[in-house]
Design a binder for this molecule. Structure first.
Ligand code: CDP
Length: 219
């Protein structure tokens, strides 16, 4: 069985996906982490994020691995653990910019479909229900107001010890919302057959339980 969860930044996708996948015994695949890792590759190597710079040679050098342990997922870029690095602000913006480039998307979508093959998976991102796994048995579009999403993201960054203020976080989220939904190739949008969940006034547990209920109704 495949579950696709899409939605904008800060809607709660990754926290909820982790919990729901664990409860269902599914593999959780965080596709945003892959775009973040690709952006970190460009930043580390001084490559400006532009379509013409993403040559086949560069794309072939971007090696992303995901490992799972009791603490959750670890992301490796060319053998180096970048689990923490990919959550920094420059990686968030870089991810949104690199995600516009079709050749990068095609490479990462291949990897995502490969990981999903033959497994029960819960995958989250922007284009999972519309493009990566169009046959997913359950599709969720998870959203919340931009104020609430910025508030959540600010709390998360501060808890991680990063410097952040509400207005900057909100501006970054609005920039990514626009970038993600206006790009030409596989933009962020609700798939017609997706269940809409607005988490503005819901707790993580409430959303998780709703998803579990929907998944069990299908199984
Ligand atoms: O956690 P958050 O929602 O902030 O971001 P993320 O899910 O880690 O994704 C980071 C960026 O990668 C997004 O802003 C998108 O531009 C891009 N992305 C995408 O284009 N397609 C996906 N399936 C997943 C992420």
């Amino acid at each position: 069985m495949k579950i696709a969860i899409d939605g904008p930044a800060g809607a709660g996708k990754s926290s909820i996906s982790k919990l729901a996948a664990k409860e269902l015994g599914f593999i959780y695949i965080d596709t945003g982490a892959m775009y973040r890792a690709a952006a970190v590759y460009a930043i580390k190597n001084g490559i400006e994020i532009k379509e013409e710079n993403m040559t086949e040679e560069v794309l072939n050098k971007i090696k992303i691995d995901i490992k799972y342990n009791e603490n959750g997922q670890q992301i490796f870029l060319c053998g180096e653990d970048v689990t923490k690095r990919i959550r920094e602000a420059d990686a968030s913006l870089g991810a949104s910019n690199i995600a516009v480039i079709p050749s990068v998307r095609l490479k990462l979508v291949d990897l995502q479909r490969e990981l999903a093959k033959g497994n029960d998976v819960l995958m989250d991102g922007r284009d999972i229900g519309t493009y990566v796994l169009p046959d997913a048995e359950l599709k969720i579009y998870l959203t919340a107001s931009v104020e609430e999403r910025a508030k959540r993201r600010l709390k998360e960054l501060i808890e991680k010890g990063q410097d952040a203020d509400f207005e900057t976080v909100k501006r970054d989220i609005e920039y990514r919302d626009k970038n993600d939904s206006e790009r030409e190739f596989a933009p962020l949008k609700k798939s017609e057959d997706a269940v809409l969940i607005d988490s503005t006034n819901m707790t993580i547990d409430e959303v998780k339980n709703r998803i579990i209920e929907l998944a069990r109704g299908i199984k």
